[in-house]
Design a protein around this ligand. Structure first.
Ligand code: NAD
Ligand code: UD1
Length: 337
């Protein structure tokens, strides 16, 4: 299959590109490099011995997307391209709605002109909003608490409506839980700009001495140790989930939703302690008040993906912590170091 990865130079996209190339597929990347570097794809090539051509361009621009389809016959699209910083989305909602929704709509418009019907979409567990019942199942009610989340929710809606109107379409909505870690080589990984918002990149920068300590946002949640619990998933497991989703989608039509998580929640302190043990170092931390907008617990019911996609996460928390640090250690300044 020849697969177009929008946003394929980014964190999850580059790991997925590697998996697809290793599985014998051809990969084309369309990325505006807003939050990534072409170096990620150069390293994917170094690891696989295969090239994924990069088209530097914007997925919200219909002419650009059309040009890509004119240039390459494409069997399927994995749509990673999107802005993802929750805080920024609250400050600049229009930027998020415009980028994330236009990109989804432009793809929906251009793809059928080239008989390309299969699309796998990067959604997020954030669409489950403040659901209290765990584990989260795909048929639970949805709703969001910030503009970023709503762009995922509305994209899911758009894709569902477009597929309902055209029975030839096959769309898969993947709701990712918390991807962390890196390829085991340490050559590709997560390269956040500025001070990281998310837990694992923050811990990695504390470990490297770039930041002096971790702030644990609240120890008064109704959880085992009082800190927030999440479903962390190794980015390589997540990448493999995309391969399974593609194989499923090409044989069918309609819309399907899958959680991609492990089904096991870990607390902030579980992560800190496992990271310390796996890598034999100390992570100084202090307990601070809760971060506004955070929920206590969030984890997946991962059975649907197991039953229908024949996929489940294989790597444990130890591997996630080891691989995250291996990447950080080798690339203290990310791709541009
Ligand atoms: P990332 O920022 O590393 O990758 C996204 C890529 O999309 C970047 O390379 C960026 O340059 C590109 N991009 C953004 N807007 C574009 C546009 N208009 N045209 C072309 N390229 C564009 O993020 P990631 O962590 O790899 O996430 C990939 C997708 O998964 C995103 O849609 C994100 O919202 C979603 N997601 C991520 C997480 C997570 O924790 N990382 C969780 C749930 C969902
Ligand atoms: C965040 C986003 C969510 C997005 C997800 C994946 C918010 C409010 N939510 O989720 O929309 O889908 O990332 O990109 O930003 N923590 C600390 N100290 C830190 C950082 C985090 O204690 O410096 C805690 C958090 O309170 C939480 C856990 O670590 O309990 C995980 O946080 P994070 O990695 O930011 O992911 P989410 O909050 O799950």
């Amino acid at each position: 299959m020849r697969v177009l990865l929008t946003g394929g130079a980014g964190y999850i996209g580059s790991h997925t590109a590697l998996c697809l190339l290793q599985a014998g597929h051809d990969v084309i990347v369309l990325d505006n490099l807003d939050n990534s570097s072409p170096e990620s794809l150069r390293r994917v090539q170094e690891l696989t011995g295969k090239q994924a051509p990069l088209i530097v361009g914007d997925c919200t621009d219909e002419k650009t997307v059309t040009r890509v389809f004119e240039q390459y016959p494409i069997d399927a699209v994995i749509h990673f391209a999107g802005l993802k910083a929750v805080g920024e989305s609250v400050a600049k909602p229009l930027k998020y709605y415009q980028n994330n929704l236009d990109a989804t709509m432009v793809l929906c418009k251009v793809m059928p002109k080239y008989n390309c019907n299969v699309l796998v979409f990067s959604s997020s567990a954030t669409v489950y909003g403040t659901n209290q019942e765990m584990p989260l199942r795909e048929d639970f009610p949805t709703g969001c608490t910030n503009p970023y989340g709503w762009t995922k929710w509305i994209s899911e809606r758009i894709l569902t409506d477009v597929a309902a109107a055209d029975p030839t379409r096959s769309f898969i909505l993947l709701r990712y839980f918390n991807p962390i870690g890196a390829h085991e080589s340490g050559r590709i990984g997560e390269d956040p700009a500025g001070i990281p918002n998310n837990l694992m990149p923050f811990i990695c920068q504390v470990a490297s001495g770039k930041l002096d300590h971790l702030r644990v946002f609240g120890d008064d949640y109704p959880t085992r140790d009082g800190t927030g619990e999440r479903d962390y998933i190794h980015v390589m497991d997540l990448a493999e989930g995309h391969l399974a989703a593609l194989e499923y989608a090409i044989k069918r039509s309609g819309v399907e939703i899958f959680n991609l998580g492990t089904g096991t929640p870990y607390s902030v302190l579980d992560i800190v302690h496992t990271f310390e043990q796996a890598n034999d170092l100390k992570i100084p931390y202090e307990i601070t008040p809760r971060r506004p907008g955070d929920i206590a617990v969030c984890y997946a019911d991962a059975t649907r993906a197991k039953e229908l996609l024949h996929w489940e996460a294989k790597r444990d928390l130890n591997a996630m912590c080891r691989d995250a640090w291996n990447w950080q250690k080798q690339n203290p300044r990310g791709y541009n170091g």
